[in-house]
Design a protein around this ligand. Structure first.
Ligand code: HEC
Length: 162
């Protein structure tokens, strides 16, 4: 082996070490998520929780037996979790963040309407809490639909199709 070859191998070895160090640094940086990443992960988890609460109510309605305490619990989750969502759409947490999100740019370009859609949802979810406390299946069913309508209305305008 020529001296040149040995030298270039040494250089390669060194650059491999540099790549390794860079990789480690990148991993450390991603361990502390950016505010946008944290907001996206939290709001998606919250929406999943809301989906779970809707399913719990739907199952109760389908079974024809309302467990009042469980229905009120699910309705409270819907209201409280929905209320928290407004703060979880900070500027820069859309597609421009480079993070996978179903939130359309309209959330930020049309913020007043997005906030109104969220408010309309919270109003209906609060009503569901009150109605759930009656244990009346027909009334709960009607209000469940009203809440679902506000989920769908917001998705139509502000959420990308899956
Ligand atoms: C004010 C607007 C708005 C309302 C109201 C709303 N959503 Fe959403 N939802 C969104 C947006 C925007 C996203 C995309 C979030 C993202 O990916 O960053 C989303 C995403 C979701 C997701 C996917 C979450 C994930 O894992 O990526 C589910 C499930 C969901 N919503 C369910 C619901 C249900 C159920 C309701 C009503 C009980 C509801 N949403 C009400 C705007 C809304």
């Amino acid at each position: 082996m020529t001296l040149t070859r040995k030298l270039s191998l040494a250089v390669l070895g060194m650059s491999a070490a540099v790549v390794d160090v860079t990789g480690t640094m990148a991993a450390t940086a991603s361990a502390a998520p950016s505010p946008a990443a944290a907001a996206i992960a939290t709001r998606q988890a919250n929406f999943k929780k809301m989906g779970g609460a809707m399913k719990a109510l739907k199952d109760q309605l389908a079974s024809g037996t309302i467990d009042k305490a469980k229905a009120v619990g699910a309705a409270r989750t819907l209201a409280a979790t929905g209320r928290a969502q407004g703060r979880l759409f900070p500027n820069g947490s859309g597609a421009s963040s480079g993070i996978k999100t179903g939130a359309l740019p309209a959330v930020w370009s049309n913020r007043t309407q997005f906030d109104a859609a969220l408010k309309a949802y919270v109003v209906q979810a609060d009503k569901l809490v009150a109605v759930a406390g009656t244990g009346n299946a027909a009334a709960i069913g009607a209000q469940f639909k009203a809440v679902g309508g506000t989920c769908a209305a917001c998705h139509k305008q502000f959420r990308a199709d899956d």
